[in-house]
Design a protein around this ligand. Structure first.
Ligand code: MN
Length: 294
């Protein structure tokens, strides 16, 4: 299975609390991600094409379809598996994002939510047609997702018709990025003029201190707008874990390898699971949050 990673990057470890963005697909494949653990994060699974079966250690067993959100909150520990639908190869394309949990939530109980009725917002056209947004997480253009967020944030998919220009509203005190899912965009800011155009699969990092950007698409595009209040803590990310220091990660890895109760058991699975990779020889150090300078 081909996976391309847009976050974290060397210069941009987090955007708000968003700390990870992978795209798997578009491709024809059989997805079999066997049970594996998480700590300290929420996973946002956002299918674009195909169906994904999610099972976890809270006895969730859910089939996820495009337009619906799976939101898994690990708290102190959870495990899950992700399979494409059916036995054979299938067309699959999806985003998976991680949100770092603040201290107030990262030691708490795990939970799982599925939302298939997310609210929409409309961005009025400056040229062409209006753009429709699905508000996946947090608040965008005055519309708030019902999904549980633990810090102020936005995650929204926006579809721009061909030949359209819209104003994308942003929160001045938050940092933001725009991930280009497909199509073409040009991004313009009243302060900075034209910004670099992201390629498909890339994120244009916008930093803080913006009220809005103007986005134009010639041939049509889908983008994912992500952002939030700059995340205060320096985080340590290793494998499927988000923590604050090396020792916390070592302990989570030990508990998974020892099959301790912390991560539970994924419903209807046997003992098959993803083993943790060995720890590196060096101590893990935090990713420094780049302050939202442009
Ligand atoms: Mn996972």
């Amino acid at each position: 299975m081909t996976v391309s990673r847009a976050l974290p990057q060397r210069e941009v470890p987090t955007i708000g609390a968003w700390c990870f963005l992978d795209r798997f697909g578009p491709q024809r494949t059989t997805m079999r991600v066997e049970p594996h653990p998480h700590i300290g994060l929420q996973t946002v699974t956002w299918p674009l094409v195909g169906e994904i079966r999610h099972r976890d250690s809270l006895n969730s067993d859910v089939m996820l379809r495009p337009g619906a959100l799976n939101l898994m909150t690990s708290g102190r520990g959870i495990s899950h598996s992700e399979y494409s639908a059916g036995d054979g190869a299938t067309d699959l394309d999806a985003l998976q994002l991680w949100i770092a949990l603040p201290d107030s939530a990262r030691h708490g109980e795990p939970s799982f939510e599925s939302h298939d009725d997310l609210p929409h917002a409309v961005l009025a056209a400056e040229e062409g047609q209006h753009a429709e947004a699905i508000v996946v997480m947090g608040t965008f253009a005055g519309t708030t997702s019902p999904a549980t967020a633990h810090s102020p944030m936005v995650g929204a998919q926006v579809r721009l018709p061909a030949g359209t220009t819209v104003r994308v509203p942003l929160e001045r005190t938050w940092e933001h990025g725009i991930a280009l899912i497909d199509g073409d965009i040009r991004v313009h800011s009243g302060d900075d003029g034209s910004l670099p155009s992201p390629a498909e699969g890339d994120i244009l990092y916008l930093g803080c201190q913006r009220d809005a950007v103007t986005v134009t698409s010639v041939s049509g595009a889908r983008v994912f707008v992500l952002g939030g209040e700059p995340f205060e803590d320096d985080i340590v990310m290793w494998w499927n874990f988000v923590g604050r220091d090396h020792d916390e990660i070592v302990e989570a890895r030990r508990a998974w390898e020892a099959r301790e109760d912390r991560f539970g058991h994924v419903v209807t699975h046997d003992d098959t699971r993803v083993p943790a990779p060995p720890m590196p020889d060096v101590r893990l150090t935090p990713r420094r949050r780049r302050l939202g300078s442009r």
